[in-house]
Design a protein around this ligand. Structure first.
Ligand code: ADP
Ligand code: MG
Length: 411
């Protein structure tokens, strides 16, 4: 996709806008590549994450919306307690390459995402109370103060805060190569002969996840992949402490309460019930995703992982999974939404015999499948059920979630 209309080609050592020296690639998404850059105008030295968007007109337009959203979140209320849990924009400008004109957004530098952390845990999950507090604080700011719906809350978009030492340790690796005038090989690591990087394992993860593997098969695939490419050493253990702080990133899909861009939002597995039903959405959709993410961070497995690529099939499977987890969906919920007639008849799932549904409430899933103690499972399941409440009007808001006893208790 490094062609006309696509990503901007960048090399380690390039100096952009006479100000930002490219140190290494941090990540990429549908719309952009993201680079760690040193700000040459600052003696600090200070670093930023530079998001360089694809150049095609459509991507440029999306980037303009993202910039408007980022400007608002930067300026509306810096004193709000949730302000510091949203990744902030620093600057924005345009860059010209052989592929066209690219919008560039420099942002405060963050570390790996919660998905990295999940991979690092070998999908066993970890205590995520702190992440939940930060995430919900961030959402109170986005929702209550900015009136913005994120629409893509998921582990990939929640980034871990790191300190200058961590950033410098990442730079150290690249500088030795930049001094030699070479681009850092994707596989380079100071101490170990790693044949692939976080990026490779993430794209493998995405590929496997796209195929909706059963979890055990998924793990076997991933393990085989790792073995074939030697033992992984993802990142320094520095950030794997449970005391991490996080921020919400990627406002690339966000919208305003009264100005939506799309009726279909969110990544499939984190998609709220009302979105599936076409019943309209607002802030509660982010809370649903937060619930799905909390389960995933705690157990290493997704709460809902529907099968099927085509929307109608995947939606039907998704609704069955939701039904089984909630022990049913209230009939009045099944009556509103542009899609309900495809999936429901008289308050029941269409063409799905009740006998094939196996109700398995979260509390029991935690105890039976993940071997939690019931005393731990009860409060966490209670918290989750308030986040995936089927009626968006009854669902916890972010500020209510912050008051919940599971969240306020200590480990
Ligand atoms: P897209 O809109 O193209 O999906 P994102 O904003 O999600 O782009 O960024 C893509 C990836 O770049 C992220 O998943 C993350 O790995 C990395 N990234 C984004 N912003 C930052 C940041 N501020 N600091 C560090 N890494 C970042
Ligand atoms: Mg993204």
């Amino acid at each position: 996709e490094y062609d006309a209309g696509g990503y901007m080609p960048a090399n380690i050592g390039d100096i952009l806008k006479n100000q930002y020296k490219v140190c290494r690639k941090l990540g990429w998404g549908h719309f952009s590549t993201v680079w760690l850059c040193r700000n040459l105008l600052d003696d600090g030295p200070t670093y930023v994450a530079l998001k360089i968007c694809k150049s095609a007109h459509m991507f440029a337009a999306v980037a303009q919306d993202e910039i408007r959203l980022l400007r608002e979140t930067r300026s509306i209320d810096p004193n709000h307690p949730g302000y510091k849990y949203i990744v902030q924009m620093v600057d924005t400008f345009r860059l010209i390459s052989v592929n066209g004109i690219h919008t560039a957004i420099s942002m405060e530098i963050m570390g790996p995402s919660l998905l990295h952390l999940l991979i690092q845990s070998d999908f066993r999950g970890y205590s995520n109370r702190r992440c939940q507090k930060n995430n919900n604080s961030g959402l109170t700011y986005l929702h209550d103060a900015c009136r913005i719906i994120h629409t893509d809350i998921k582990p990939e978009n929640i980034l871990i805060k790191v300190d200058q030492n961590y950033i410098r340790s990442m730079i150290g690796k690249t500088d030795r190569f930049t001094e030699l005038g070479q681009e850092m090989p994707r596989s380079y690591d100071r101490d170990a002969d790693i044949k692939y990087t976080d990026e490779d394992i993430l794209s493998k993860f995405e590929e496997l996840r796209g195929q909706s593997y059963p979890h055990d098969k998924f793990l076997i695939e991933l393990t085989t992949f790792r073995e074939r490419h030697s033992e992984p050493r993802l990142t320094s253990p520095m950030w794997v402490s449970p005391n991490i702080e996080i921020k919400i990133a990627d406002l690339g899909n966000a919208c305003w309460e009264h100005h939506h861009f799309s009726s279909e939002i969110q990544t499939r597995q984190y998609r709220a019930l009302e979105v599936i039903l076409g019943a309209g959405y607002s802030f509660p959709a982010d809370i649903w995703s937060t619930g799905c993410m909390a389960f995933e961070l705690a157990t290493g497995e997704m709460l809902f992982s529907p099968k099927g690529d085509r929307n109608p099939t995947a939606n039907m499977d998704h609704l069955c999974l939701i039904w089984e987890t909630l022990g049913g969906i209230p009939p009045y919920i099944t009556e509103t939404g542009t899609n309900v007639r495809h999936y429901f008849h008289n308050g029941r799932l269409k063409n799905i015999p009740e006998s094939t549904l196996r109700v398995w409430k979260i509390e029991d899933v935690l105890v039976d499948k993940y071997k939690w103690k019931r005393v731990d499972a009860i409060p966490f399941a209670g918290f989750l059920e308030s986040l995936i409440e089927p009626d968006p009007a009854l669902r916890f808001s972010a500020s209510m979630a912050l008051q919940n006893e599971w969240l306020t208790s200590t480990d």
